[in-house]
Each structure stands twice: as structure tokens, then as C-alpha cells.
Write a protein that binds this ligand. Structure first.
Ligand SMILES: Nc1ncnc2c1ncn2[C@@H]1O[C@H](COP(=O)(O)OP(=O)(O)OP(=O)(O)O)[C@@H](O)[C@H]1O
Ligand SMILES: [Mg+2]
Length: 243
């Protein structure tokens, strides 16, 4: 049984169709990477999965349960999200950012939440920075707080929306390393990223989305080395040249 099943999803904003008949499935421990040009609907697709955006047609199932039947808080706990611009609270420390969901959503005591936060900050290499505020952290550190915050909720699936795009090149590696560790540890991950090295080495499946449609989807080596469509070859070729 799939952990995530996206079935014939359509989404428009006004007259603009942003997702057209998108279907795919992920099993537990899969790492799915979505690539596509700017405006192709990648972020919208992720946002539909945790209902930050509502779909117009089709259906999305998490562990065989239609997501509209799941309480929103519950869905957001089960599906974590890591954002391009980190989305940290500036007035809370790294620890405070991680504890927030633990106390507010999971109902943990302050002490339990702090212990858990410190554990997860340690796992992403930030044991020393627990008391630092976002302004005192590098971009790579901020993003690792974002990942610790998602992980601490014990999600079944984590969505990553261009988690390294806002980072200086020298900070990208530390975030990708954490993501690789998660993938190896069996976390189920749905990632929008243009880091082709990560896609090649860590993805179980690569999806190329263009103008709201899945053009091609399969094992990364297939899309890179023997793509079915010229458009895929052209797009991945351009990306690989850039990186
Ligand atoms: N809240 C919104 N209201 C209206 N239009 C939107 C909204 N969000 C996205 N869009 C439009 O939907 C299309 C797809 O946007 P989306 O952000 O999903 O693309 P993307 O593939 O993530 O692009 P990028 O690579 O630039 O992040 C774009 O044309 C965008 O302008
Ligand atoms: Mg986007």
C-alpha cells in the first residue's frame, strides 16, 4: 500500500491551470525528487499534499485516507514541510522554534519538548546553537533548524520545497548531507530541488513537471541517461550544466 497517492489532481488559479491531471504514488522510504521550470507547479503540488492549497479536482490519499478526511493539525503533523526561506520565528531561539509544534500541537510539557528539541538539534549538528536566534545563524544552520523542527514531529512524510535555493553555495552541502542521512535512515521525502547530484544519488524516483503536467517520471538514471522525451533531456541537460 502506498504512503502517498496523488490521483488526477487539477488545480487552477483563476484562468490559469497550474496542475493538470497529476498522478503519482510513493511508498514508505521513497525519496521522490520533482524538477521543472519556474512556474511549472512544483510548489503548488507540495502545498496540495498538506492542504496549504486546496485542489480543484482529483484526490490525494495519505496511507489510504483521503486527506480531506484528516484533521488539519493531524495532517500537518503527519506531513512535515521544509521551506526555501526557512520560515523560522525570528523572536524564538533554535530550540524555541523546534519546541513550538511539540507543545502546541502534540501537547508535550515544556521539559519534554525541550529534551526532544535538543535531541533533534543534535542530530542535525546544531547542539551548540540551541540557544541562538535565527539572526545569529547562517543560512545552512537556519535550514537545519527547519529540518529539526519537521523531524521532531515524527512525520510520516516530509516535503522539501527548494531547501537549498536560498543558500550561499558553500552552505548547500551541509543541508544536502542532512537530507542524505535522512534518506538513508528511511525517511519518506518528497523534494523539489534542482540539486542534480542529490537527485541522482538519493532519489528513488525523479519526476519532471512542465506546465503543470508530469512529462516523465522514473528512476533518476533513466531520466538522466535515457529520457523518453526531448524536453526532459533538454531540461535536465541545462540543469546539470548549471550545477
Ligand atoms: N496563491 C497563488 N495565487 C495565484 N497564482 C498562483 C498562486 N500560487 C502560485 N500561483 C501561480 O501558479 C503557477 C505555479 O506556481 P508554483 O509556485 O507552483 O510554481 P513552481 O514550479 O514552484 O515555480 P518556482 O520554481 O518559481 O518556485 C505560477 O504561474 C504562479 O504564478
Ligand atoms: Mg516553487
Amino acid at each position: 500500500m502506498s504512503l502517498l497517492r496523488v490521483e488526477n489532481v487539477d488545480k487552477s488559479y483563476g484562468d490559469e491551470e497550474v496542475l493538470h491531471d497529476v498522478s503519482f504514488e510513493m511508498d514508505r522510504q521513497d525519496v521522490e525528487v520533482i524538477v521543472g521550470p519556474s512556474g511549472s507547479g512544483k510548489s503548488t503540488m507540495l502545498r496540495c499534499v498538506n492542504r496549504l492549497t486546496e485542489i480543484d479536482d482529483g484526490a490525494i490519499y495519505l496511507d489510504d485516507e483521503e486527506i480531506h478526511g484528516i484533521d488539519e493539525n493531524d495532517l500537518r503533523r503527519r506531513v512535515g514541510m521544509v521551506f526555501q526561506d526557512f520560515n523560522l520565528f525570528a523572536h524564538r531561539t533554535a530550540r524555541g522554534n523546534v519546541t513550538l509544534g511539540l507543545t502546541e500541537v502534540l501537547g508535550l510539557s515544556k521539559e519534554e519538548a525541550q529534551a526532544k528539541a535538543d535531541d533533534y538539534l543534535g542530530r542535525v549538528g546544531l547542539a551548540e546553537q540551541a540557544d541562538s536566534y535565527p539572526a545569529e545563524l547562517s543560512g545552512g544552520q537556519k535550514q537545519r533548524v527547519g529540518i529539526a523542527r519537521a523531524l521532531a514531529m515524527d512525520p510520516e512524510l516530509i516535503l522539501f520545497d527548494e531547501p537549498t535555493s536560498a543558500l550561499d553555495p558553500e552552505l548547500i552541502g551541509e543541508v544536502l548531507e542532512v537530507m542524505r542521512d535522512l534518506a538513508e535512515g528511511g525517511m519518506t521525502m518528497l523534494c523539489v530541488t534542482h540539486e542534480m547530484g542529490f537527485a541522482r544519488s538519493a532519489a528513488s524516483t525523479l519526476t519532471f513537471l512542465d506546465e503543470g503536467r508530469i512529462v516523465e517520471r522514473g528512476p533518476p538514471e533513466q531520466l538522466f541517461d535515457t529520457p523518453e522525451h526531448d524536453r526532459t533531456r533538454q531540461f535536465l541537460g541545462e540543469l546539470t550544466d548549471l550545477h
